[in-house]
Design a protein. Structure first.
Lengths: 262, 141
């Protein structure tokens, strides 16, 4: 059970966050244990990989992406659209196609177990690609079909918590961002922290703290480069305090209508 | 007195503090009390919401292991709370007997002020008073 959320702001900065619980289970779907785990991975300090689904599949997909980032120089070779196609082909050919073939050859009575393995989503965050100036966030469905975040499509959620996260992100987008992307990193971090907390607090089970959060932002020096970093868990505590502050504000709203004693 | 003792004093005065209230109370104490004592204290650096030292949370976790404070994470809230335990209060009584009463009164005023302000008002107050800690603020623009 997982929730992963990514938001791209109008200034190009990116926030990605995930819950911190891995659910272990048997092939028949019986859940056996919950363990703390990191679901976001910093790739060579310049890209991010996040995966929801069978851990082994995620490890193999991450290895493919790792190779792309360090050896293939993707950001210099391909535009965002070309990168979507390039990565889709790689993920499909190197990992997913074989698994898909196995599912297709599985006896009908076992297909539902085999299909569970392929039930996955993942995303990558890349520094600015060829002919672009801002980072690129691409998410993929179980068959590595890619979709890119844009100013019109500024957020995405993956995993079993998506059913709770998507409506909440829509609410934030409508109420706080006028149906646009968040203006800057502060707004993005706030929205992601609030959504993660909401999902953790309301999910039926197996989505839990600690939250893991990574950002890609423009360096504050004059190098005009994009920095990728993980926010240490203790440093997130004040962000969650900010979330509590808006929840308090909403809670106190009805008081505004009550008569005050003279 | 060491840094952790100040953390206990702040929690004793505030009874129950959020992470930002704990951070900013200790920051104001560093600026208004500790600076005159020239003793080792938390090393605050500008961060997303102004002055910040992650060692405060590490010390709090250690104090929790010693049973001197509790860290609570109530379901209905999105952040945790830090509270002093009875053992923590007993431990603190020995320290307070040696403490300058004027300093304690000043610390009490600081914690009361911090607790009286909403999250945004507290951050604004800190930025207005100590603008050098705004450089990495997420509210920069």
């Amino acid at each position: 059970m997982t929730i992963i959320i990514a938001v791209q702001c109008q200034d190009g900065s990116v926030v990605v966050a995930a819950d911190g619980a891995a659910t272990f289970g048997k092939d028949d779907g019986t859940l056996t244990a919950r363990q703390p785990v990191s679901k976001l991975c910093l790739i060579h300090e310049k890209a991010i990989f996040a995966h929801s689904g069978a851990v082994g599949l995620g490890q193999r997909l991450q290895a493919v992406f790792d190779d792309v980032v360090i050896h293939k120089g993707i950001e210099k070779r391909y535009s965002p659209a070309e990168s979507m196609q390039y990565l889709r082909n790689l993920f499909w050919e190197k990992v997913i196609k074989d698994e898909s073939d196995i599912v297709n050859q599985t006896k009908p009575e076992l297909v539902r177990f085999a299909e569970r393995t392929l039930s996955q989503q993942f995303l990558v965050v890349l520094p600015p690609l060829k002919d672009t100036k801002i980072p690129c966030v691409i998410h993929f469905n179980w068959e590595a079909f890619p979709e890119m975040l844009t100013t019109n499509l500024p957020c995405v959620s993956l995993g079993s918590g998506q059913m709770i996260a998507d409506p909440f992100l829509s609410f934030i987008r409508r109420v706080l961002w006028e149906n646009k992307a968040p203006t800057n990193l502060a707004d993005g971090i706030f929205a992601v922290a609030w959504t993660i907390q909401h999902v953790v607090k309301t999910s039926p089970a197996f989505i839990s703290d600690p939250c893991q959060m990574m950002i890609m932002k423009l360096a504050t020096d004059s190098t005009n480069t994009w920095e990728t970093e993980e926010i240490p868990s203790n440093n997130l505590l004040e962000h969650f305090g900010n979330v509590s502050a808006i929840e308090d504000y909403i809670k106190e709203y009805p008081e505004l209508f009550r008569d005050k004693p003279n | 007195m060491n840094k952790s003792d100040w953390l206990l004093i702040v929690l004793n005065l505030g009874k129950s503090l959020s992470p930002v209230q704990l951070q900013k109370s200790l920051f104001l104490i560093s600026k208004e009390i500790i600076i005159e004592r020239e003793e080792e204290f938390y090393d605050f650096e500008p961060y997303d919401y102004g002055p910040f030292d992650s060692n405060i949370y590490k010390d709090a976790e250690n104090l929790e292991k010693e049973g001197l404070i509790k860290i609570e994470n109530p379901f209905e809230r999105s952040h945790r709370y830090y509270c002093i335990t009875e053992d923590g209060s007993n431990h603190l009584n020995r320290i307070l007997s040696f403490m300058d009463k004027k300093e304690l009164a000043k610390a009490s005023d600081i914690v009361s002020l911090v607790k009286s302000l909403s999250f945004p008002s507290l951050i604004k107050m800190i930025y207005n008073k100590y603008p050098e800690f705004k450089v990495k603020s997420i509210f920069q623009n």
